[in-house]
Design a protein around this ligand. Structure first.
Ligand code: NIG
Ligand code: FE
Length: 410
C-alpha cells in the first residue's frame, strides 16, 4: 500500500541523486520543493514533486497541514545503552570538580560500568528501549550506539547484544560500535598495557565472533588512551572487519585525529581542540569530522571550531553524544539549536550536518539522510513554520508534528 503525503509547504533536502557528503561552502545549500507531495511505498520513498498530487482510492493519504517535510535525523554518535544515571556527579561538578577529577575518584565512566555490571541484560534492554522511544519521538530515524560501559569482556558483550536486540525489535536503523577502549577499569589502573592486551586479544575476537559491531572506537585523549595504544587497537579492530571511529581532541590536542585519519576512520568525533595541523590532516581524507555540542554545553567546555572547519572546506556532522556523563540528551533539535547559537553555523549548514553528513558518519549515506527515490522513508513532518530556520531558532520548543520511520507513522 502507498502512503501519500500531501499539503507540504516545503520538502527539504531533496536530492534526485544521492551525494555521499556535503562540505565547505556547499553546506549552505539545501534543495527544496515548495507546495509539495511525497509518495511512500512499503518502507521506501518512491517519488515526490510540487503541485497537486494524484492519489488512488486504496492509497492512505496523510495531510501535512502545511508543515515542512525533511529527512529524519541521523544521530551518528551515542552511548544510549547505559544503566541508571549520574545526576549526583553533576552536583559534584557544580561544587567545582572537573570531569577528569570525577573520573579519577571512580566516578564518571567507571561509575556507569559499576551500575551496568549490576544490571541484567533484560533490564538494560528495557532502560535503553525507553531512550529509543524518546529519540524516535524527537525525530531520530537512525542512530549509532556504542558499548564502553562494560570494560570487561562479558559486560561489553552484554551491551552489544542489547544494541543488536534494539536493532531487531525497534524500527530505528541502528549501527553498533565496540568501545572497550572507553576508560581503564580500576583493576587495570596501574597496568594500562594489560587492559589494551585484553581488548586486542580477548574482547575484539569475541565481539567479531558474534558479529556484534560495525565500528571500533577508542577514547584517544589526555588521561585516557594514548596514540600508540589507539593505533594498535584500531589495527586489531580492522583485522576483525570493524571500521574505525575515534573520540578525539575533547580534552586536548591528543593526536587522535591524526591516528584516526591514518586508519581511514569513518569519523573523528568531539574535536573541541583543532588547529592548523588537524585541519590539514582532515583535508582530502574520507573521514567525517563530527561535533558534539551537547557535551560542550553540559560540561561547560570549549565548543569545537565548526566555522574554521567549514571555511577550510571540510564537511561537518553534528550528533548528540547521548550518554549519562557528558550529554544526557538525545534531542537533535536542541543539537541543531546549539549548532546555530554556539557553533555559529547557518540553519542550512546545520540541517546538512544532522541528516546527510550524519548518515555518512555512520556508513548509511546510500540509504538515509536525504529525500531521494529509493531511500528509506524516515521523515519528519514539522508543524507549519515561517521558514526552515525557525526550527533551530525556536530552541527548547519542538517543531515536530509527526515522525515517519520505515514508511510507518509513529
Ligand atoms: O563522548 N568522551 C568520552 N565518552 C563520553 C562520555 C562518557 C561518560 O562520561 O559516560 C563522551 O563524552
Ligand atoms: Fe561519546
Amino acid at each position: 500500500m502507498r502512503l501519500v503525503l500531501k499539503n507540504i509547504s516545503r520538502l527539504l533536502m531533496v536530492e534526485p541523486e544521492p551525494k555521499s557528503w556535503i562540505a565547505g561552502v556547499e553546506m549552505t545549500e539545501v534543495n527544496s520543493i515548495e507546495n509539495g507531495w511525497l509518495v511512500i511505498e512499503n518502507d521506501k520513498i518512491v517519488c515526490f514533486g510540487g503541485g497537486e498530487v494524484i492519489s488512488f482510492t486504496d492509497d492512505e493519504v496523510l495531510d501535512c497541514n502545511g508543515g515542512m517535510v525533511m529527512p529524519a535525523f541521523c544521530d551518528s554518535h551515542t552511548h544510549l545503552v547505559y544503566a541508571g544515571s549520574r545526576e549526583r556527579e553533576y552536583e559534584d561538578k557544580i561544587r567545582g570538580l572537573s570531569y577528569e577529577e570525577i573520573a579519577r575518584r571512580g566516578g564518571g565512566i567507571l561509575n556507569s560500568a559499576r551500575l551496568l555490571s549490576e544490571t541484567t541484560e533484560d533490564e538494560l534492554f528495557e532502560q535503553s528501549l525507553s531512550r529509543i522511544d524518546e529519540i524516535i519521538r524527537s525525530g531520530t530515524g537512525a542512530v549509532e550506539i556504542k558499548s564502553g560501559y562494560g570494560l570487561n569482556t562479558s559486560d561489553e558483550l552484554k551491551m552489544l547484544r542489547v544494541i543488536k536486540r534494539l536493532g531487531e525489535e525497534t524500527p530505528l536503523t541502528i549501527k553498533s560500535t565496540f568501545l572497550g577502549a572507553h576508560a581503564f577499569p580500576s583493576a587495570f589502573k596501574d597496568d594500562t598495557e594489560g587492559y589494551v592486551r585484553l581488548i586486542i586479544e580477548e574482547m575484539i575476537p569475541a565481539v567479531a565472533e558474534e558479529k556484534l559491531a560495525d565500528f571500533i572506537d577508542v577514547f584517544c585523549d589526555r588521561g585516557f588512551f594514548t596514540v600508540e595504544q589507539t593505533d594498535r587497537i584500531l589495527e586489531a579492530g580492522i583485522k576483525h572487519g570493524m571500521v574505525p571511529k575515534i573520540h578525539a581532541n575533547e580534552l586536548d590536542y591528543s593526536g587522535g585525529i591524526q591516528v584516526g585519519v591514518k586508519h581511514n576512520a569513518r569519523s573523528v568525533d568531539h574535536l573541541e581542540f583543532v588547529g592548523e595541523d588537524e585541519l590539514a590532516v582532515l583535508k582530502g581524507g574520507k573521514t567525517m569530522p563530527t561535533l558534539l555540542p551537547g557535551a560542550s554545553l553540559f560540561l561547560g567546555l570549549t565548543y569545537a571550531p565548526a566555522r574554521k572547519m567549514i571555511e577550510a572546506g571540510l564537511p561537518v556532522a553534528l550528533a548528540s553524544d547521548y550518554n549519562p556523563g557528558s550529554s544526557p540528551s538525545g534531542n537533535m533539535e536542541l543539537i541543531m539549536s546549539l549548532g546555530i547559537m554556539q557553533l555559529k553555523m547557518l540553519p542550512t549548514e546545520v540541517l546538512n550536518a544532522v541528516t546527510r553528513n550524519g548518515a555518512y558518519a555512520m556508513g548509511i549515506e546510500e540509504t538515509h539522510g536525504s529525500i531521494t527515490p529509493g531511500k528509506v522513508a524516515n521523515l519528519i513532518i514539522t508543524i507549519p513554520m515561517p521558514g526552515f530556520g525557525f526550527m533551530p531558532y525556536s530552541y527548547g520548543t519542538s517543531q515536530i508534528q509527526k515522525v515517519i520511520i520505515n514508511g510507518k507513522i509513529q
